[in-house]
Ligand binder design. Structure first.
Ligand SMILES: Cc1ncc(COP(=O)(O)O)c(C=O)c1O
Length: 235
């Protein structure tokens, strides 16, 4: 889960869900809008990261690295055969959108796939350990409750009370405060209530990761000082 705060499923969870769906004849649809095309170091994460084969996979963002809007859905051969086996020989799966198969989108996606295959997936896989470890060091800051993530996506979650892990009340908008300081220091994060979410370019380097963590550290420190000055938090 991305927008929901980078929730990484526990080991085996998706395999179990997949099995449960198969046992009960329920379609398993994997939303890989965020995870496909490199974010987790593979073209698709379902099989290569989580060991499952869904019936359908939706994808978007990474297929063009966001340079042009394009989304899609893949269906398994089993499902495809089911659709073909319907009650009339001429039956078809009627489906279309105004911009289906938009030639510019498809051209951008094909070029993007070429670039991904020039070593970007390997790079993403190799560098993600440093990315996660570097951000994890922020957990020593008193405002940070947890840093979590997988591959090249991560989230810094702030909590006012680390003992009870109570999230800060929403009106404090700590994510936005940290984001404001980050922008002053020339880093863009995605603020989400009491969290900051990071999805860096797949080309990110070790020095850039270190710089990113250093800016986040300064920004969180500035936010802590600000909250104390405003009497909203006591550390
Ligand atoms: C996991 C996930 N799926 C789907 C979407 C939305 O996709 P779309 O805007 O292509 O409908 C998002 C966020 O933008 C997302 O994070």
């Amino acid at each position: 889960m991305a927008s929901g705060g980078v929730i990484v499923p526990p080991e085996g969870y998706l395999r179990r869900m997949r099995q449960l769906c198969a046992d009960n004849d329920i379609l398993f649809i994997a939303d890989e809008v965020v995870t496909a095309f490199g974010r987790l170091g593979h073209v698709f994460a379902s099989k290569d990261v989580f060991g499952i084969e869904p019936d359908m996979i939706t994808f978007a963002k990474g297929v063009t690295s966001g340079y042009f809007p394009l989304g899609g859905v893949m269906i398994s051969s089993r499902l495809f055969e089911e659709l073909r086996r319907s009650n009339h020989p001429d039956a078809m799966f009627a489906h279309g959108l105004t911009y289906s198969s938009h030639p510019i989108g498809c051209a951008v996606a094909l070029k993007n796939l070429d670039i991904l295959e020039e070593g970007l997936l390997e790079h993403a896989r190799a560098i993600s350990a440093h990315f996660q470890a570097s951000l994890k060091t922020l957990e020593d800051l008193p405002l940070v409750g947890e840093v979590r993530g997988l591959g090249l996506m991560a989230c810094v979650e702030c909590v006012a009370d680390r003992v009870h892990n109570n999230p800060l009340t929403l009106d404090l908008e700590v994510g936005k405060r940290i984001d404001r300081h980050c922008q002053e220091l020339r880093l863009l994060v995605r603020p989400l209530i009491n969290m900051c979410v990071m999805s860096p370019p797949l080309t990110i380097t070790v020095p850039q990761i270190d710089e990113m963590t250093a800016i986040l550290r300064s920004s969180i420190r500035r936010t802590m000082d600000e909250l104390v000055r405003e009497g909203l938090w006591h550390g």
